[in-house]
Ligand binder design. Structure first.
Ligand SMILES: [Zn+2]
Ligand SMILES: [Zn+2]
Length: 112
């Protein structure tokens, strides 16, 4: 857990199995879900692991509901490219940015 980076359950499974061969992938998933629920880990992106296609080809950003995973588009230029390119690792060619802002959609926050 302390290792920096982004990991899929499959990658963690492969690493843990070396030490604990009896562990199942389902156990890894269940534990990761529990850790996320209790705030010990954060999902890199809470999108479901299905193919999500995008109909809006204009540059835009996303508002993502943490509960129902609904994604809404939001227009706007939130990225300072000049600043970003100064911060980016050398040699990284910036082409497109996507901001994901997490929260609760109107329906889910009404159900709270
Ligand atoms: Zn929602
Ligand atoms: Zn979109």
């Amino acid at each position: 857990m302390a290792a920096p980076g982004h990991y899929s359950p499959e990658q963690i499974y492969a690493a843990v199995r070396r030490r604990t061969p009896s562990i199942s992938l389902a156990t890894i998933y269940n534990n990761l879900r529990l850790f996320v629920e209790h705030g010990l880990l954060r999902e890199v992106s809470p999108h479901p692991s299905t193919l999500l296609v995008e109909g809006n080809l204009e540059p835009h950003h996303h508002l993502v509901c943490m509960r129902c995973k609904a994604v809404q588009d939001i227009e706007g230029d939130f990225i300072n490219y000049k600043k970003l390119s100064q911060q980016a690792p050398r040699g990284f060619d910036l082409s497109q940015s996507l901001v994901e802002v997490f929260g609760l959609c109107r329906r889910c926050s009404a159900e709270k």
